[in-house]
Design a protein around this ligand. Structure first.
Ligand code: COA
Length: 259
């Protein structure tokens, strides 16, 4: 169906694989358009409770924006180039279902930014992260200057972005860029195990948690607390809340129906 992506629906989650292995899954316009289509269809499909994003081949998650395309940019088209990718990544981040990057190799430039637009990053031992844009005379353009600082702190983000240095998975985990590191063979199985664990919980609660946590990006602390209370109240009106609390009191396993 897509040329630059593979999608596989498994039980109640979707695995999306960036699929330009000859170009180390570099992100071109077509890939962004196709990813945008996938995200929009996920937004409309209640049967999908989580999404995993990974790269094809054993070398790369994504080695950045497609430099062949980028090379043609001038001031105005460069701004559009940045805005286009940035919007797709923002849409991905704003999904209410958990989105998990299974980072199976290089995650550089736009590739690193794409992992940061996911809610969680798991990496294989051979993964490498970096924002090498300064080597090309530019800065990260898909939200990297903002999200990296949020994840690892301003000083570390400045160090990584102005040096263009690559870091390995262990270092990425140490600084908080990556949630966990697994062997290459185990990366996808462990990621799917985590997804199945999350999907065994009340899905409305999982989705609300993500929505409220991500809203902290745009709300003041007081507005964030108020939004949390509203969502908490909404959840107290669900069948899953009645089931979850009753199951606890009756010492049995909850059977959630996502309503
Ligand atoms: N855009 C377009 N093509 C890319 C690419 C990118 N970001 N990254 C890799 N490729 C292509 C290479 O041009 C090469 O294509 P070719 O075989 O047609 O020449 C192919 O992918 C394999 O890459 P190669 O450089 O030969 O692999 P390597 O193992 O020697 O090096 C990297 C791997 C990741 C270190 C190197 O590819 C690299 O530095 N890529 C660019 C990273 C970058 O600056 N990203 C930020 C972009 S804003």
């Amino acid at each position: 169906m897509f040329e630059t992506l593979l999608t596989e629906k498994k039980e109640n989650y979707l695995v999306v694989t960036l699929n330009r292995p000859d170009k180390l899954n570099a992100l071109n316009t077509q890939l962004f358009n196709e990813l945008d289509e996938v995200i929009k269809s996920v937004e409309l499909d209640d049967s999908i409770g989580a999404m995993i994003l990974t790269g094809s081949g054993d070398k790369a998650f994504a080695a950045g924006a497609d430099i062949g395309e980028l090379n043609k940019s001038d001031q105005r088209s460069g701004k559009l180039f940045s805005e286009h990718g940035s919007k797709v990544m923002a849409r991905l981040e704003q999904l209410r279902i958990p989105v998990i990057a299974a980072v199976n190799g290089f995650a550089l430039g736009g590739g690193c930014e794409l992992t940061m637009s996911c809610h969680i990053r798991f990496a294989s031992e051979n993964a490498k992260f970096g924002q090498p844009e300064v080597n090309l005379g530019i800065i990260p353009g898909y939200g990297g200057t903002q999200r990296l600082a949020g994840l690892v702190g301003i000083s570390k983000a400045i160090e990584l972005i102005i040096s263009g240095n690559m870091i390995n998975a262990t270092e990425a985990a140490r600084i908080g860029l990556v949630n966990a590191v697994f062997s290459k063979d185990e990366l996808l199985t462990k990621t799917e195990e985590f997804v199945r664990l999350v999907l065994s919980k009340g899905r409305l609660a999982v989705n609300s948690a993500i929505e409220v946590i991500m809203a902290s990006r745009y709300l003041s602390p007081a507005e964030g607390l108020a939004f949390e209370s509203i969502k908490f109240g909404d959840l107290c009106a669900t069948a899953d809340f009645k089931e979850g609390t009753s199951a606890f009191l009756e010492k049995r396993k909850a059977e959630f129906i996502n309503k």
